[in-house]
Design a binder for this molecule. Structure first.
Ligand SMILES: Cc1cc2nc3c(=O)[nH]c(=O)nc-3n(C[C@H](O)[C@H](O)[C@H](O)COP(=O)(O)O)c2cc1C
Length: 210
């Protein structure tokens, strides 16, 4: 199957069958998250990988009772930094210097520019920026999952503050943004399984400017 065929195969699954996804595939999906691009390369988020049934049940209660939350094999919770701090910014810049083995003036100037701008900014504005980065990473996970024949459901349908409390995210300087249950579709019980995809026509979506 080509990439596009896999993108057509995937859909936001509404019922999963509880079958376990092999660890190797989970590792691939998490690696895709790790490799996802982010603004300035700051990767301003963490991902929680939940297999514990009790915890999944608690999360389902604050996710409008969406069944995939407990029927999935692994539940990914994307949690964005609550704000940018000097330490958080310096960490990735120092890591870059360490991994590449040299310091670059342009890169150091860029660090200073971010340090002068981000930590002083209102936390809520920073969170809106960090949260956006989690959507890119989630799409990388969705695509890798589809590539490996694993189903997933992107989810914003949950009560963020309540989930933050369940996972003690605020204490860790994080705020939940997205859920991504990973598993296998339950074709018999999923009303969406055989329905065609609905997308805007190309003409509505794309403007070609030569
Ligand atoms: C950010 C985001 C949040 C979503 N939240 C939910 C959700 O809470 N529950 C759900 O069943 N589907 C959710 N969806 C799935 C969308 O409804 C679905 O992707 C869209 O209708 C396109 O259909 P397809 O993904 O099946 O091709 C979400 C999708 C995105 C991208």
């Amino acid at each position: 199957m080509s990439f596009l065929e896999k993108m057509n195969w995937r859909y936001a699954v509404k019922a999963m069958n509880g079958q376990k996804v092999p660890q190797e595939k989970i590792d691939n999906i998490l690696e895709a998250v790790r490799l996802a691009p982010s603004s300035s390369g700051l990767q301003p988020f963490e991902v929680f990988v939940i297999t514990n049934d009790d915890l999944k049940s608690k999360i389902r209660e604050v996710s409008f009772n969406q069944p995939q939350v407990t029927q999935c094999s692994h539940l990914l919770v994307f949690a964005a930094w609550d704000t940018y701090t000097e330490d958080r910014i310096n960490h990735i810049f120092d890591l870059t210097n360490e991994i590449r083995g040299f310091k670059n003036e342009g890169w150091e100037d860029y660090r200073q520019m971010l340090l002068a701008k981000y930590p002083q900014r209102e936390a809520e504005i920073n969170f809106q920026h960090t949260a956006r980065q989690t959507y890119i990473a989630m799409m990388a996970a969705i695509a890798q999952a589809a590539f490996d024949g694993v189903d997933s459901t992107p989810m914003e349908g949950f009560e963020n503050d309540k989930l933050d409390k369940i996972l003690n995210l605020r204490e860790k300087g994080l705020r939940s943004t997205l859920l991504l249950p990973l598993g296998y579709r339950d074709k018999e019980n999923d009303w969406l399984a055989d329905l065609p995809k609905v997308r805007h026509a190309k003409e509505e979506l794309f403007t070609i400017i030569d």
